[in-house]
Design a protein around this ligand. Structure first.
Ligand SMILES: Nc1ncnc2c1ncn2[C@@H]1O[C@H](COP(=O)(O)OP(=O)(O)OP(=O)(O)O)[C@@H](O)[C@H]1O
Ligand SMILES: [Mg+2]
Length: 227
């Protein structure tokens, strides 16, 4: 059994069907990258896995336990952690305070070492650069076993992107990752498996090779993109 099993997950907002029967699985230790157009339901999927939104129907099983109806803080304590598309760090607290507050399972010092935050541990949230804020959020996600990371590269400059890739590679050695990523090339580079989401449905989940060679996905999503 996979570390995460999502079965037939459905979530609507009024008349909008954000998730239309999503089924996928994540093996322990692998990195899955979710790609798909704006509004495909990627963030909603993260929200439903992590208890920020309740699905209308379907199930989420983490490490053999049904977590579908658990609240966000319960899911987080079990080791399913996430970052947000809009980074959130407490502005009035220092880096060290932010991390002490959010970490349940790991020594704050270990998390700060992992993301090179020791040198800036006394800096307050409000004076951090975007890259530093992202690393604080990432260090808190790294407190868990399954890390759901929503567009970690957005807003980073070209010099910061390779550094972020290094951090993700380091995390991937110990953790199970799910990433939402818009840049196809980056997505295919980082992924053990790729999940293609479109209009609330999974068009496919497979190795980058398998996804590239899937005619239906080529037609419906990848289209003209030369892969
Ligand atoms: N809280 C909400 N209230 C109403 N509609 C919502 C809400 N959250 C998401 N939606 C709708 O659900 C659909 C999926 O949105 P979602 O944010 O999951 O897409 P996404 O794939 O993450 O898109 P993006 O790439 O732009 O981040 C969209 O039509 C969106 O407008
Ligand atoms: Mg999103």
């Amino acid at each position: 059994m996979g570390l995460l099993e999502v079965n037939d997950l459905r979530r609507t907002f009024g008349g909008i069907v954000a998730l239309d029967g999503v089924t996928l699985d994540v093996e322990r230790g692998e990195t899955n990258v979710i790609i798909g157009p704006n509004g495909a339901g990627k963030t909603t999927l993260f929200n439903c896995i992590t208890g920020y939104h309740m699905p209308d129907s379907g199930t989420v099983v983490f490490d053999g336990e049904n977590i579908t109806r658990k609240r966000d803080y319960e899911v987080a304590r079990m080791g399913v952690r996430r970052t947000f598309q809009e980074v959130d760090v407490f502005d009035e607290l220092t880096v060290a305070e932010n991390i002490s507050l959010g970490a349940f399972q790991t020594e704050p010092r270990e998390l700060m070492d992992l993301l090179d935050l020791m040198d800036i541990r006394h800096k307050r949230g409000e004076s951090l650069t975007l890259f530093e804020r992202k690393r604080v959020a990432l260090s808190l996600a790294a407190d868990g076993q399954l890390l759901l990371l929503d567009e970690v590269f957005s807003g980073l400059n070209p010099a910061e992107k390779p550094a972020m890739i290094e951090y993700l590679n380091t995390l991937a050695r110990e953790k199970t990752l799910m990433l939402i990523e818009h840049d196809i090339e980056t997505a295919f580079d980082l992924a053990d498996r790729v999940i293609v989401l479109s209009q609330g449905s999974v068009l496919g989940q497979g190795t980058p090779e398998a996804i590239k060679n899937d005619d239906r996905i080529q037609q419906e999503y990848l289209g003209e993109m030369a892969l």
